[in-house]
Design a protein around this ligand. Structure first.
Ligand code: AMP
Ligand code: GLY
Length: 425
């Protein structure tokens, strides 16, 4: 069959790489894609926001299956529009994508279906939000309700910072996404990402990972989309996975169905493993980036039947197998990220750097210019290794990374530090 992937990041490069290995595939298209995908897919200049154009393209190219990578087109209803055009689609409807599109909606769902999460309040004006903060004390977490490209969460250590965040959000810092906000209790613990494929009724657990959101070593500095990740997350042992499924995932899947918003696609639960057990920090309605890259490296079975089953049913019956090895991924970002950075700088020696058997370099913000690869985004490359331990995967990833010739980029040197420390005990 012909398949179209929507997106341009490292997540979509890794999905393309994995889908390209499927015996079910005839031709793969990616819209818009990036500088690393040209060998495995046809990159097409389609605007996901123009839904009619996407549907027309699918009919024209005989595309039978579409995989939507990022959250924005899902929240905008691209999956709904494709289904109306009789095209099987991986990704939830807009009604279900609200799990990521509105943090307030998700908190209310948790309250209604008794899903463990931080205590919270929802606010449409500053005065009541500030009195809630005064009552609860600090540290406290302030969140813009809507999509804010991962930047809409402020952890406030004192009342002054909390009040400033409230004023900034209502003052338009995140535009429409900040018309409403959530204030919630600060949770202590270790974070983990848990992925589950669901067809709206049945579930297929699809791996765990841990990412590093802060830009600086030792988890310091501003939040980013993620500077590296590894899979599996050791903190998600069998018992923790079972508790997460029973206490968080299944009540969500049932609740969404009961609310008339059946969720079909990948549920990405951002968890805090607290003293009491797993608590939900947030849901994303798409794969994590860079977590997805580590999952794709570890998945040894065909991914296409599992993704299709999210749309067609019986996802729990799809056989999947995973490598026993650990995957670890280091992000190279442009100097200045997550602030402003220079574009169109040249990256050299990628072929040599990615030549080892256990290494794949996924591209994110790159484009091809003749034979050259240019950096065009903030997060630019994902150097991903598959090895028996986190320590070895880390060593191998950095060994590959150090062969890349790009003076305008940087990376964190401590990806996987928690796991490496555990392995050394
Ligand atoms: P989110 O975009 O909701 O995942 O939040 C971004 C990051 O902020 C999370 O990955 C956590 O590190 C942190 N965070 C969000 N909510 C909380 C909370 N209630 N307690 C502690 N940390 C939080
Ligand atoms: N790496 C976190 C995310 O994709 O939201």
């Amino acid at each position: 069959m012909n398949i179209l992937i929507i997106g341009s990041g490292g997540r979509e490069h890794s999905l393309s790489w994995k889908i390209a290995q499927s015996p079910l595939l005839d031709q793969l298209y990616v819209a818009p894609g990036n500088g690393g995908m040209g060998d495995i897919a046809k990159c097409v200049d389609l605007d996901a926001a123009n839904q009619n154009e996407v549907v027309e393209f699918c009919h024209d190219k005989n595309i039978e299956f579409v995989v939507i990578g990022p959250e924005a087109p899902l929240v905008d209803g691209l999956a709904d529009r494709l289904s109306q055009g009789n095209i099987t689609t991986f990704g939830p409807t807009a009604a279900a994508a609200i799990l990521e599109g509105s943090k307030g909606f998700t908190k209310d769902l948790c309250a209604k279906y008794k899903i463990p999460t931080a205590a919270y309040g929802r606010f449409k004006e500053a005065a009541t939000a500030k009195s809630f903060v005064a009552e609860k004390g600090t540290p406290i977490v302030i969140k813009a309700d809507g999509l804010a490209a991962g930047k809409g969460v402020i952890i406030a250590e004192n009342i002054e910072k909390a009040n400033t965040a409230i004023d900034d959000i209502f003052g338009g810092q995140f535009g429409e996404a900040g018309a409403e906000l959530v204030v919630e209790e600060f949770l202590e613990g270790e974070e983990a990402s848990f992925f589950v494929l669901t067809d709206g009724e049945n579930i297929l657990p699809f791996g765990t990972a841990q990412d590093h959101k802060r830009v600086g070593e030792g988890d310091t500095g501003p939040n980013t989309g993620g500077m590296g990740a590894y899979s599996p997350a050791q903190v998600m042992d069998g018992q923790m996975i079972e508790r997460t499924i029973n206490e968080i995932i299944l009540p969500t899947v049932k609740g969404m169905k009961q609310e008339g918003r059946p969720f079909q696609g990948v549920l990405f639960a951002g968890l805090m493993i607290t003293e009491k057990g797993p608590e939900l920090i947030e849901y994303n309605v798409r794969f994590g980036d860079p977590e997805c890259q580590t999952l794709m490296m570890r998945l040894t079975s065909d991914i296409v039947p599992a993704l299709i089953a999210c749309a067609t049913g019986n996802v729990d019956k799809v056989p999947v197998t995973w490598s026993e090895n650990v995957a670890l991924n280091v992000v190279m970002a442009a100097n200045g990220y997550p602030g402003s950075y220079q574009k169109n700088t040249e990256i050299r020696n990628l072929d040599q750097a990615g030549s080892a058997d256990n290494i794949v370099i996924f591209h994110a913000g790159t484009k091809k210019d003749g034979n050259a690869i240019l950096a065009t985004g903030g997060r630019v490359l994902n150097i991903t290794a598959l090895s028996p331990t986190v320590s070895e995967a880390k060593k191998n990833a950095y060994k590959a990374l150090d062969q890349i010739d790009w003076e305008h980029g940087f990376c964190r040197r401590d990806i996987g530090w928690r796991a490496v420390k555990r392995e050394n005990v």
